[in-house]
Design a protein around this ligand. Structure first.
Ligand code: UD1
Length: 361
């Protein structure tokens, strides 16, 4: 079987690594890795390949940044001839980024089967570009690999036949489990023992000057009680400069490599974030997570894990932070199948494909 993996943005890389590994050496599987080039900075891409042990991409489409339409269209234009020429039997896509939806659009129209890893997540908020990507991708994919039960339910509600849905668990946790021992050994002498680890990059939080200013002010307030360590996404750093804002005394760092960031997360007193994946990683690590969003596509991190949605309400952030500082942080448990073996479960299903699954569909 000729299998393509398509990745493009930072959160894809920790998801593809375990699937690539699990399929390595399986009989009759030939893997091709395509990088769209959506993320291209060394510290947003290359470093992740190195640390996660991902081989160099066989194809790099080098699309770079642009508006959603331009970036998505450019990926489609550059990917189509590659798919036509190499004729994969199945294409795997990951998560909910523009590279994911662009790929599924190309493949669906060429009649090439697609598997979606991390299917079924829904925030029910269509102002989020990722929600649009998730909805379109799941409608068009042929195999849907979900991380948790809510994913299966969302897909069934949208009319996806049960035979296409495979609950395999969380592939991102596979990478975490593998590299946590190494991450725990990484240390930084320049940081205090107790700190709040912050990441922010959602357009809804950083693309509006007044909103970003309000969040920075809240973080400066946090910083009075607990040092704020803030590895900033390039988009966020650019917006802070463009809007003439200041991060004051916050410890702003460049984006960190995977292992370094995981180490910082595992030792953090609290994580404050608007990321999707970090809500899951903190739940696994048992570290309190305050999410600066009104909703989440990962509700299991709230119902079972350590995640609390604080929205953009400074009062809510204050209240939840003082709970953490007084030792009353929410406790959580690790959801089922977030056990480090999701990639293998996907590999087992794919190896039995196409006859079994094709017949079932
Ligand atoms: C993308 C994903 C988002 C994911 C995030 C993780 C979509 C719709 N969004 O958002 O779901 O959580 O990645 O990082 O796909 N930039 C650089 N260097 C890079 C990449 C980006 O400087 O290597 C800057 C550019 O100014 C670019 C901006 O970041 O315009 C946004 O990049 P883009 O890939 O469009 O979206 P992200 O915000 O990174």
């Amino acid at each position: 079987m000729k299998l393509f993996h398509i990745v493009g943005a930072r959160p894809n890389f920790m998801k593809v690594a375990p699937v690539l590994n699990a399929l390595k050496g399986r009989e009759n599987v030939v893997q091709t890795l395509v990088h769209t080039g959506q993320h291209y900075d060394v510290n947003m891409s290359d470093v992740f390949f190195q640390q996660l042990g991902i081989p160099a991409p066989d194809v790099n489409l080098a699309v770079g940044s642009g508006t959603h339409a331009k970036q998505t269209a450019e990926i489609m234009i550059r990917l189509e001839p590659v798919v036509l020429e190499r004729q994969p039997d199945l294409v795997l896509v990951y998560g909910d980024v523009n590279s994911t939806v662009a790929t599924v659009l190309v493949c669906a129209k060429l009649g090439v089967q697609v598997g979606h890893v991390e299917a079924g997540l829904r925030s029910f908020d269509r102002t989020m570009p990722e929600e649009i990507n998730r909805l379109v991708t799941d409608q068009l994919a042929d195999l849907l690999f979900t991380p948790s039960e809510d994913g299966d339910e969302n897909l069934r509600r949208e009319g996806i036949p049960a035979e296409k849905i495979f609950r395999v668990g969380n592939v991102m946790i596979d990478s975490l489990v593998r590299l946590l021992p190494l991450a725990r050994k990484t240390g930084r002498d320049d940081l205090p023992e107790r700190y709040a680890l912050v990441t922010l990059h959602r357009p809804a939080n950083v693309d509006d000057s007044a909103t970003l200013k309000g969040i920075l002010e809240s973080l400066l307030e946090v910083n009075r009680d607990l040092a704020v360590v803030f590895p900033a996404h390039p988009r966020t750093r650019k917006r802070i400069d463009d809007f003439g804002l200041s991060a004051g005394q916050l410890r702003v760092l460049d984006p960190l490599p995977y292992v370094d960031f995981l180490g910082l997360q595992s030792r953090a007193t609290v994580v404050i974030t608007d990321s999707g994946g970090i809500q899951e990683e903190t739940t696994y690590l048992g570290v309190p997570c305050l999410t600066v969003r009104e909703n989440t596509e990962r509700p299991i991190t709230v119902s079972m894990g350590t995640n609390v949605l604080v929205g953009r309400d400074p009062e809510k952030l204050r209240t939840e932070l003082s709970r953490v500082l007084s030792g009353k942080a929410k406790k959580g448990t690790v959801p089922p199948l977030w056990d480090g073996h999701a990639g293998e479960r996907i590999a087992d299903i794919l190896v039995g494909w196409p006859p079994r699954v094709k017949a079932a569909i």
